[in-house]
Design a protein around this ligand. Structure first.
Ligand SMILES: [Ca+2]
Ligand SMILES: [Ca+2]
Ligand SMILES: [Ca+2]
Length: 303
């Protein structure tokens, strides 16, 4: 009985946990959801994804991708599968016969790209930084498979490559922070990553995404995160979920060669899942039942 009661209490404590501080450092409340499997071929401590950490707090998905993003406008693309439907195979933008928004030219370069079976993107977030008329960090949020949602913002850290902005995309209420100070984690190369080193990294990109922005999902929220080149047309070997080692940069053809598109790549042809479950939102009924069960246990213990 004591064990059950303790579990119930832990459950309540988890729900009431303090709000994560959006600063690009993962708080202790984050759950580890994905660890890098291969070394980076996009520059050790320049562009690397060490781990995917997540939690839900106040109907907001908090996601930390630990590592670095080079300030040369390389893209960190975070695809989100949160609701039924979406695109398992990315289509072009609406101006070119597809279903996607035209922002940042991403859909044209991804047209034909196939995620692993079991992942169909509904939304995506693009992040990039560099110096163009001053240091800047830009972020786009869009729907995938339709053009109903789009918000873009430039220079969200006010003249800096790094920083924090809890209201970077005010219409959807999406916040972002970036701490690029990691100098450890995975090494450069194509071999198996040191996963203990990857797990130890505390800093990187942190996102706060209101569940309302991604369809108020119930069930699994899946993430596929890619580091891509500055034109969305050269996929690195840094993905979460990760690739099976050894794995070099995919480029456009899967073998590191540039061909102007990533649309020929099919993640089913690469072992493992190049996506991960970040969080699972219980059905409202399940939540109520759990809460009632917890209360019953608490009452029983007090008597
Ligand atoms: Ca979906
Ligand atoms: Ca590193
Ligand atoms: Ca795969």
């Amino acid at each position: 009985m004591r064990t059950l009661t303790t579990l119930a209490l832990v459950g309540f404590a988890g729900a009431a946990m303090a709000q994560p501080v959006l600063d690009g450092t993962r708080d202790g409340s984050y759950n580890l959801r994905s660890l890098q499997t291969v070394e980076t071929q996009f520059g050790d401590n320049f562009s690397e994804l060490n781990g995917g950490w997540a939690q839900i707090h106040n109907n907001t998905l908090y996601l930390v991708l630990t590592g670095n993003l080079e300030g040369n406008f390389n893209k960190l693309n975070v695809f989100i599968d949160s609701v039924a439907g979406g695109e398992n195979v990315i289509t072009n933008d609406v101006s070119n016969g597809g279903n996607n928004p035209t922002n940042d030219g991403w859909a044209g370069k991804y047209a034909g790209f196939t995620f692993d079976t079991g992942f169909a993107a509904d939304h995506m977030i693009i992040m990039r930084n560099g110096n163009f008329g001053g240091d800047r960090f830009d972020i786009d949020f869009s729907s995938v498979g339709n053009t109903t949602q789009l918000e873009t913002a430039g220079n969200v850290f006010g003249g800096s490559l790094t920083g924090s902005n809890s209201n970077a995309l005010p219409f959807f209420g999406i916040g972002v922070a970036f701490d690029n100070s990691n100098v450890a984690g995975v090494l450069g190369g194509t071999n198996a990553a040191n996963q203990a080193a990857a797990q130890a990294v505390m800093t990187g990109i942190e996102l706060a995404i209101p569940l309302a922005a991604i369809g108020n999902p119930t069930g699994d929220i899946k993430i596929a995160a890619h580091v891509n080149g500055s034109n969305h047309d050269y996929l690195s070997n840094q993905s979460l979920g990760g690739f099976l080692p050894p794995q070099g940069n995919l480029g456009g053809d899967g073998f590191g060669n540039f061909n102007g598109t990533v649309g020929q790549l099919n993640m089913n042809n690469f072992g493992g899942d190049q996506y991960f479950v970040a969080a699972t939102v219980p059905e409202p009924g399940t939540m109520a039942a759990l809460a009632l069960g917890g209360l019953a246990l608490l009452r029983r213990r007090r008597r």
